[in-house]
Design a protein. Structure first.
Length: 118
């Protein structure tokens, strides 16, 4: 499976942005896709995830209530709608996938940069 994140950009604090993660290859092997982010000088952290078939969603406390993850299986794409953005949301956002629950995440790709100005 190959994943490609896109849609990042510059947005003002309080604004919204929607980023995408397009999957290709053996998409029938995907169990879940998650969004991670890495801010400058910080470690990568989990942001949100979605079960590929059942659609269960999960969020880090730092984004809960502001971000919404969704999927379009026909397009093999997962989206992350980010609302009420804060400067601390500035990061490179990566998507990755699991083939089983609790399995390691793979296919990180290059990520997409989201910059929130104050």
């Amino acid at each position: 499976v190959q994943l490609q994140a896109s849609g990042g950009g510059l947005v003002q604090a309080g604004g919204s942005l929607k980023i995408s993660c397009a999957a290709s290859g053996r998409t029938d092997s995907i169990y879940a896709i998650a969004w991670f982010r890495q801010a400058p000088g910080k470690e990568r952290e989990f942001a949100s995830g979605i079960n590929w078939n059942a659609g269960y969603t999960y969020y880090a406390d730092s984004v809960k209530g502001r971000f919404a993850v969704s999927k379009d299986n026909a397009k093999n794409t997962v989206y992350l709608q980010m609302n009420s953005l804060k400067p601390e949301d500035t990061a490179v956002y990566y998507c990755a996938y699991q083939t089983l629950a609790n399995a390691p995440f793979g296919s990180w790709g290059r990520g997409t940069l989201v910059t929130v100005s104050s």
